[in-house]
Design a binder for this molecule. Sequence first.
Ligand code: ADP
Ligand code: MG
Length: 678
Amino acid sequence: MKKRLPKEIFKSLMKTVEAGEKLDPTVADVVASAMKDWAVEKGATHYTHVFYPLTGGTAEKHDSFMSPTSDGGTIAQFSGKELCQGEPDGSSFPTGGIRQTHEARGYTIWDVTSPAYILENDNGTTLCIPTAFVSWTGEALDKKTPVLRSMQALDAQAHRITKLFGHDDKVFVASTAGPEQEYFLVDKNFYYARPDLLNAGRTLFGAAPPKGQEFDDHYFGAIPERVLAFMLDVERELYKLGVPIKTRHNEVAPGQYEIAPVFETANVATDHQQLIMQVLKKVAKKYDMECLTHEKPFAGVNGSGKHVNWSLGSSAHGNLLDPGDTPHENAQFLVFCAAVIRAVYKFQGLLRAVVASAGNDHRLGANEAPPAILSVFLGDQLADVFEQIKSGGANSSLPTGSLEVGVDTLPPLAKDAGDRNRTSPFAFTGNRFEFRAVGSNFSIAGPLVAMNTIIADSLDYCATKLEEATSGDESKLHGAVQTLLSEIINECGSIIFNGNGYSEEWHAEAEKRGLLNLRTTADALSALITEDVKEVFAKYGVLSERELESRYETYCEQYCMTVQVEANLTKKIARTLIFPAAVRYQNELASACTNLKALDYEFDTDTLDRITQLVKALQDSIAELSAASTGGCEDVRKCCDTVLPAMEQVRACADELEGLVADDLWPLPTYQEMLFIK
Ligand code: ADP
Ligand code: MG
């Protein structure tokens, strides 16, 4: 931009990007023309406004730069108006009742804070412009608009705190996000032979393989050749799109991997996270593999999450969640940290609701991912500081020290102030919080909007208290902070938990503490529309009541549709693939039995007996599932309590049959094949 735009225009644009100032609309024509020239030089013939509908996916509609001229030629054109505003016919996107089907008008609006990029294809390239997507009444129909609004809210409240500590500046305080993406890779041949993977993203059948993940021999292991080639290709593609990838490794389950970028501002990180998922899927095909981003593609081995690392900061302050060496002295850090603790405590339900989905239900609370109970892990050092605050004031920080390994040739290690805790849903990891309950298939927008908004609310609360207590007199600040922190820790401290989140004891303890335990999506989604949540979103202008309710409707509908599709697939696969295979084998055994008996041989009918019982049980369970799911399920509760258990019954019969029926008759690729052939 610096190279191609006139100085003044570049400066004006950067004021919007970096300081969050109002966009000067008069710059649009010049920017559009420079963007077009840049894109055309790189071979682009088309441009698209990319937007992020409530499906959680990415949407785009491509238009050509070319316009006819009056003398019969063509000219490449791209105006400021075309850059700023588009009007896709968005009538088929979920709106949760904000629009009727015939009210198609929706606008896409240029988001100058997220860089445009060029999408390459063997047959041409396209200029992609990230945009917000709103209805013609200005209501948000997408995931981006509330992210931007929540960032604005957080900036305003964070400034009130830094101002109290003597830093009055106008530099935008942005929330930052670094999402770690877990995913599975399976060979394309297996994928296409599994209608459940193809249509539902997860296996609805499949007996456990003889060897699973119990040896922990895949985790961080040497990356298989084909997979490494794929990863290098993914990273190169993402670098070209401006997505800074930093980390790659094998994950716990066989066939499971992780990719993580360097963190960016929440808005850009969200857009880039969508690109990461897109590129993973696209490049996998090149290597004859499929990339699965479902939260639980395979039962019995770990599922996939997306840890969202979150902090806030600016170029003037750096990271506002950096404790320094002695956190007890860093009062400003402690206020930000306490605000997070308060926010998680006050809005446990909301944080649970924004990670609720049919897919994530298979993972949360299953001892492979955090439990459905929200809690905050602080680590020894910080937990100790807050303990001291609770009992009157913090005077010391546990030293970080160094670690002796006992081998002279190894250098001494600087020891971290706290150990890690994999079981915590919301963990402080040294200079940021890590929200670990997010599912691998999610857009990170929802979780970020929630975090930004509720933390803005808590910062507002803290700022108001401190402003009142000091009324401009700086010498009173220290005492006021002490009072505020101990108030918060006394009121909200029950959300802090440093122990094992997977344990039975924690479930009992959490209940005693009165913390919410919303086990399933059916329990959790309504936490999106409680009065306090509506209020906090409206107060900071992030989502109106109508917008919030439309999201609630949409997510309920998505949950029900997912379960319905899975139920349909379960019936179809059970009836047309598994039942026929079982009957064929039953028949084979039966004829073997008759033939042998005719020759006066013995035939042990144990296997035939069991198969006959299972074939009967399979048919009965299919009938039950049919009864539970016909007519479609629109009720979240019914899907969860009736349809899903009925599906489980069908699966139980089928999985046992898989262990008995002759391998050459079994119609589906097995877990053994899908997870271990690389
Ligand atoms: P882990 O060891 O927890 O698996 P990774 O290295 O895989 O961590 O990922 C950590 C993520 O946290 C990275 O995306 C990193 O950029 C991000 N991160 C680091 N600092 C911040 C910050 N201040 N704000 C947001 N994210 C951050
Ligand atoms: Mg990681």
